[in-house]
Design a binder for this molecule. Structure first.
Ligand code: GLU
Length: 304
């Protein structure tokens, strides 16, 4: 294994010299309050050793990163039947785009765009007794950390400005690909996006995708085939319409969120989380992407 400690310290130093840190998301009012100068990075290797730098213990809004966790739970419940409701192709469009949804009869392109995650939310609501509590317990269980929670103020803030998500949900509903009512589905979806976690917590949750479906406590959450497929979806669909660029620059499956977090992993080796709230024009964390490019270049480790 490379010397992660010294590599992380070099990366943190180099990104701190960047003057253009991107722009903090403001379309969800609560997110615009975050300090753009925050930067955290955390690595968890396959042996369970953590390496961290900067604001790695500070909680942030994981936003779309939660889509991978909702997918993982719904996939476990439905097995391959899930693909009758949502596709697995990259969209090449921004996360909140609606045109493809109309053209493709309300079956979203993939589970990591908003429309896809809304369908996944609907599936979870249909299958869970107490959807919000059960999903939270699922995430806490994987991390072995009961302090993980929703951020109600972010969920409320998003509901107030979630016009495009309401539009998507109504469109999907019109094609009969939502079984529950729009308000209930979006309430669940907004709560998932509002999950608040630090880099050090999030890296433990995503450990299962790096470690053949097993968490740090060695409980199994996913079989190998599902891990393979979820990682493939992260690689092809995890970065809005910049998935190609992320694969090109970084070379790892991963997922970003508009809260400025990015998770990425090298199967059977390590999982990494960065947090820097400033986004590039495609909605991915600017310094996060830069840091991860440096990480795979300096270590020579990527899936390619
Ligand atoms: N909650 C955000 C939305 O639905 C998620 C966006 C993201 O992180 O990609 O707009």
């Amino acid at each position: 294994m490379p010397n992660f400690e010294s590599i992380l310290s070099t990366i943190a130093q180099e990104v701190s010299n960047e003057t253009d840190k991107g722009r903090v998301a403001s379309y969800i009012p609560e997110l615009s309050c975050v300090d753009p100068n925050k930067f955290g990075i955390s690595i968890l290797d396959k042996d369970g050793t953590t390496y961290a730098m900067g604001d790695s213990k500070e909680k942030f809004s994981i936003q779309s990163i939660s889509k991978v966790l909702a997918l993982s739970m719904a996939y476990s419940l439905l097995d391959e039947r899930i693909w009758e409701r949502v596709g697995v192709e990259p969209s090449g469009d921004p996360f909140n785009h609606l045109s493809l949804l109309e053209m493709e009869n309300g079956v979203p392109r993939n589970p990591l765009i908003n429309a896809g995650a809304i369908v996944v939310s609907d599936i979870l609501i249909s299958h869970l007794k107490h959807p919000k509590t059960d999903f939270l317990e699922y995430v806490r269980g994987i991390a072995g950390d009961n302090s993980i929670d929703y951020d109600e103020s972010v969920a409320v803030s998003e509901r107030k400005t979630g016009f495009r998500n309401y539009a998507a949900a109504n469109l999907i509903k019109s094609f009969d690909n939502l079984k529950n009512d729009v308000e209930t589905v979006l309430d669940f979806y907004f709560h998932c996006c509002s999950l608040s976690m630090s880099c050090e917590q999030l890296v433990k949750v995503f450990y299962i995708f790096m470690n053949r479906g097993n968490c740090l406590q060695n409980n199994n959450y996913l079989d190998l085939s599902k891990v393979k497929r979820i990682n493939a979806i992260m690689l092809t669909c995890g970065f809005y319409d910049e998935a190609g660029e992320f694969a090109f620059e970084v070379g790892l499956p991963g997922k970003s969120g508009v809260g400025g977090g990015i998770v990425a992993l090298l199967p059977n080796e390590f999982c990494v989380v960065t947090w820097s709230p400033g986004l590039n024009e495609k909605g991915n964390s600017k310094l996060g992407m830069m840091a991860l490019e440096k990480l795979t270049t300096m270590t020579g480790l990527s899936i390619f």
